[in-house]
Design a protein around this ligand. Structure first.
Ligand code: PEP
Ligand code: MG
Length: 324
């Protein structure tokens, strides 16, 4: 099996009935590039930049960040690289940037909420990204977007920094894509509104499942409620994909579900464009997708959407995809 997967390294991700998808990798630092290239990823679907901030004794400078982003963009040689602005807060904290004590940090001050509040930090990151943009194919994504207003504010700050750099004679790419993570149910429900303004979506199922089921990822007392295949989650995902495609926008997924062998057949049937996962899962997933027909998976997805429970959906995929 391992040999079969390795043979797919330089192949495209195409279903048995000829539909092209993308399989990308998630990374945390430029050091992860080796694994990305070794596993034939078609792009980077998520670069979690918060590690730049967490692995440091102080805020990373614009130049530190520029070097990291440039390394990744150049290393991918023109393949799409989605870099997410910092997602600090929740379970990720910075010793040198005290955050308020909160009863419920996952519902609190984190990610884009911090970036829009502490704009000097956000502007530094955006400038580093803009300067690095000429070295590859850059897609920028904002985490934890709940409202259109947040996206519009982030976009206008981005545009301001872009204009400033251009006025200073700095080269920046003019085709940088701007997108959002869909990981809050409010954004998933209003996807048709967001789709008219963003270039792309990336569905963050790790948080989306938690917020939809109101069950923490790591809390053992409610672990039984962390249900990736719950039809409620599948319906939200369908809403997001359909809204994106209605407006000809690209829709990726970078949560764990994108490399989950039960979920992938359903996601193919729903028409997800890019599956981004840990690099070590890319070839296995590509191999699975090459064996499946999108048309058949669309029928499977229809059935899953009409089920009642997580376990029924899981049993359906096992029966129709794996036990045949
Ligand atoms: C997610 O929420 O699915 C996601 C990819 O982001 P993170 O795991 O970094 O919160
Ligand atoms: Mg998340």
């Amino acid at each position: 099996q391992k040999a079969e997967w390795a043979a797919l390294k330089n192949e495209k991700t195409v279903s048995a009935d000829g539909k092209e998808f993308m399989t990308g990798a998630n990374i945390g630092t430029p050091k992860d590039l080796d694994g990305v290239l070794a596993n034939g990823s078609e792009g980077i679907g998520l670069y979690r930049t918060e590690f730049l901030y967490m692995d440091s004794q102080e805020l990373p400078t614009e130049d530190d960040q520029f070097e990291a982003y440039k390394t990744v963009l150049a290393g991918m040689d023109g393949k799409p690289v989605t870099i997410r602005t910092m997602d600090i807060g929740g379970d990720k904290y910075l010793p040198y940037m005290p955050l308020p004590e909160e009863e419920n940090p996952f519902m609190g001050y984190r990610a884009i909420r911090i970036s829009l509040d502490k704009q000097d930090i956000f502007r530094t990151q955006l400038r580093a990204l803009l300067r690095a943009s000429v070295y590859g194919n850059l897609w920028i994504m904002f985490p934890m977007i709940a409202t259109l207003g947040e996206f519009r504010q982030a976009r206008s700050i981005f545009n301001e920094e872009k204009e400033k750099l251009i006025a200073d004679g700095v080269a920046v790419a003019d085709d940088i894509k701007l997108g959002i993570m869909i990981e809050i149910p409010a954004a998933a429900m209003l996807a048709d509104k967001f789709a008219q303004e963003v270039d792309f979506f990336s569905i963050g199922t790790n948080d989306l499942i938690a917020y939809t089921m109101a069950a923490d990822r790591g809390n053992e007392h409610v672990a039984y409620l962390y249900q990736p295949y719950n039809p409620s989650i599948m319906r939200l995902i369908k809403n997001v994909i359909d809204a994106a495609h209605k407006y000809n926008k690209f829709v990726a997924m970078c949560g764990e579900m994108a490399g989950d062998q039960i979920a992938v057949p359903i996601l193919m049937g729903l028409g997800l464009d890019e599956f981004s996962m840990s690099a070590t899962s890319v070839l296995q997933t590509r191999s699975l997708m090459k064996r499946l027909s999108t048309a058949e998976m669309a029928v499977l997805a229809e059935k899953a959407l009409d089920m009642e429970t997580n376990d029924e959906v899981k049993a359906l995929v096992e029966a129709e995809v794996y036990d045949k």
